[in-house]
Design a protein around this ligand. Structure first.
Ligand code: PEP
Ligand code: MG
Length: 544
């Protein structure tokens, strides 16, 4: 048995087998071959496998996310059969006497370059698709197909690190736990693990990764950050007991379902849930959240290989609103950039992406993208109680521009005879120190504030949330951050706005009382933390 120490980012125990997450091969080697016909049939075989995998993905997507969202996998199948694409691969194999992997990689590069150089935005975006299908063929040729293509058994996914887009593409029904050798606890991958309710550890180190093999037995303790590989019987017994005790505790919390979020002295608060996709609604309802306080809509973009259309977005937002049956649903406009990268946005590489071209900055400079999302949101607004929230605000003029665009979108819909709800609330995230400091100016402009403590902490303490090496300098209870929240709460209330917290700090029960004393009206947390926070609130007495 060997043990390793990382940092737990979601407290729960998993016992099972390890599956190493394989990234798609990026550097394909050029190998000379004599049997070019043999190589061509290897390609044909890999293509057939890819086609049938894409058909399976299409069928799954059709059931889970609907026809509009599934359509891309049909397009991928068509691209695989494209005559020019196939001719290019076969010609390269034939004329250069090279391996199929190399011919596919070169063709992918050539086609992607050709698409990228086109003026039409739709054709430009096809570059990412051609790379995607080519990676799949190469994966099938080398036997290294990635994205959670593991056996039916639930497994512990181990990786060097996982990008948010890789995490969302995993088959969640087959993941027992995550362990990454690197990564930081405030990264979106960690947040996703929390949303998925699965034990997760980051920063387990390179030794861990070098020592493990596919199929090893392991225990993951998401509370303490410990991992045991090939555990002995004593450890197995201890952890089975710990797992049962944890499950019992979670079962007891279930008894709080249907109860109010009320302190001992009668102060009520809203406890909402954070989600990343329509598929998370089941967990929101199962944990009895009073609403959705943050729908990170950018995951709709990350899951897609091209800009989601107005129709695709409308369908997703409508579904969330309808499923919540009149309860508040706050959808944040896209927060792409920094660690959330999407190929088809063609974002430039930046020195400091967290301080760069992201979120509202993209929306205000690429109004076509912003307006499409706002149209979809306003169209969906008639199906429930919608709040639209804007991320990364730093100034009054940004909010003025946003409100101007919202009014223009509403006028456009009206002129087209399309209904929207006038009751739609508009809010901004307080996640930069600038926004907190000028919250007296911002509050009169909006209906609500929602504090993004993840970014507010990174910008206030000047500590990159993606950098695991500086975690020791991140005091998550730093007085500066708490004071900025307090100032924002005072200013919100002075101007008739309500204020919530949707960053990870909202789930920190050590701060629940302080937040209530500040007058915070709503806490929005991962669905699995809703009942824990309800329990904390019900044990607080603010009269003392
Ligand atoms: C935050 O910054 O606290 C937040 C909720 O947004 P995200 O974590 O998606 O950046
Ligand atoms: Mg943020």
């Amino acid at each position: 048995m060997k043990s390793y120490q990382g940092k737990g980012v979601y407290g729960a125990i998993a016992i099972g087998k390890i599956s190493l997450f394989k990234k798609p091969e990026t550097a394909v080697k050029r190998v000379r071959v004599d049997d070019t016909d043999g190589e061509k049939s290897r390609f044909e075989q890999a293509k057939a496998e890819s086609l049938s995998q894409l058909q399976e993905i299409y069928d799954k997507a059709l059931k889970e996310v609907g026809e509009a969202n599934a359509a891309i996998f049909e397009i991928h199948q068509m691209m695989l059969d494209d005559e020019d694409y196939n001719d290019s691969i076969n010609n390269i194999i034939e004329t250069q006497s090279v391996n199929a992997e190399y011919a596919v990689a070169v063709t992918a590069d050539n086609f992607a370059e050709m698409f990228s150089s086109m003026d039409d935005a739709y054709m430009k975006a096809r570059a990412a698709d051609v790379r995607d299908i080519s990676n799949r063929i190469i994966g099938n040729l080398t036997g290294e197909i990635s994205n959670g293509n593991f056996s039916d058994e639930k497994v512990i996914i181990c990786a060097s690190d996982l990008a948010p887009s890789e995490t969302v593409s995993l088959d969640k029904d087959r993941v027992l736990a995550f362990v990454t050798a690197h990564g930081s606890s405030n990264s979106h991958t960690a947040i996703l693990a929390r949303n998925m309710n699965i034990p997760a550890i980051i920063g387990a180190g390179d030794d861990f990764l070098n020592d493990i093999k596919d199929g090893c037995k392991a225990i993951v303790d998401g509370f303490t950050g410990e991992i045991f590989v090939e555990p002995d019987d004593v450890i197995c017994k201890k952890y089975l007991e710990k797992q049962q005790a944890d499950e019992e505790k979670k079962r007891l919390l279930q008894e709080l379902k249907g109860k109010e979020n009320i302190t001992l002295d009668g102060r009520k608060i809203n406890i909402y849930a954070n989600i990343g996709s329509v598929g998370d609604i089941g967990k929101v309802l199962a944990n009895d959240a009073g609403g959705i306080g943050l729908f990170r809509s950018e995951f709709l973009y990350l899951e897609n290989s091209d800009f989601p259309t107005e129709e695709q977005q409308f369908t997703a937002y409508k579904k969330v609103l309808e499923s919540m049956a009149g309860k508040k649903v706050i959808i944040r406009t896209l927060d792409i950039g920094a660690d959330k990268r999407c190929d088809y946005f063609n974002l430039k590489k930046e020195e400091n992406p967290a301080l760069g071209y992201r979120a509202i900055r993209i929306c205000l400079t690429r109004p076509d993208i912003f307006r499409t999302q706002l149209r979809a949101l306003y169209r969906a607004s008639v199906y429930g109680s919608l709040g639209i929230m804007f991320p990364m605000i730093t100034s009054v003029s940004e909010v003025e521009k946003i409100l101007g665009i919202c009014n223009a979108v509403k006028a456009e819909l009206k002129a087209e005879g399309i209904e929207y709800s006038e009751k739609t609330e508009l809010g901004i995230m307080i996640e930069t120190p600038a926004a907190a400091v000028i919250s007296d100016k911002l509050a009169p402009m909006v209906d609500f504030f929602s504090v993004g403590t993840n970014d507010l902490t990174q910008y206030t303490l000047a500590c990159d949330r993606q950098n695991p090496d500086i975690e020791q300098f991140v005091d998550v209870h730093h007085e500066a951050v708490l004071r900025l929240i307090e100032i924002s709460a005072e200013n919100a209330h002075k101007h008739g706005a309500w204020i919530g917290i949707c960053g990870e700090l909202g789930a920190d029960t050590e701060l629940t009382e302080r937040f209530l004393r500040m007058g915070i009206d709503e806490l929005s947390v991962s669905p699995s933390f809703v009942l824990k926070i309800r329990d904390a609130v019900r044990n607080i007495d603010l009269s003392k």
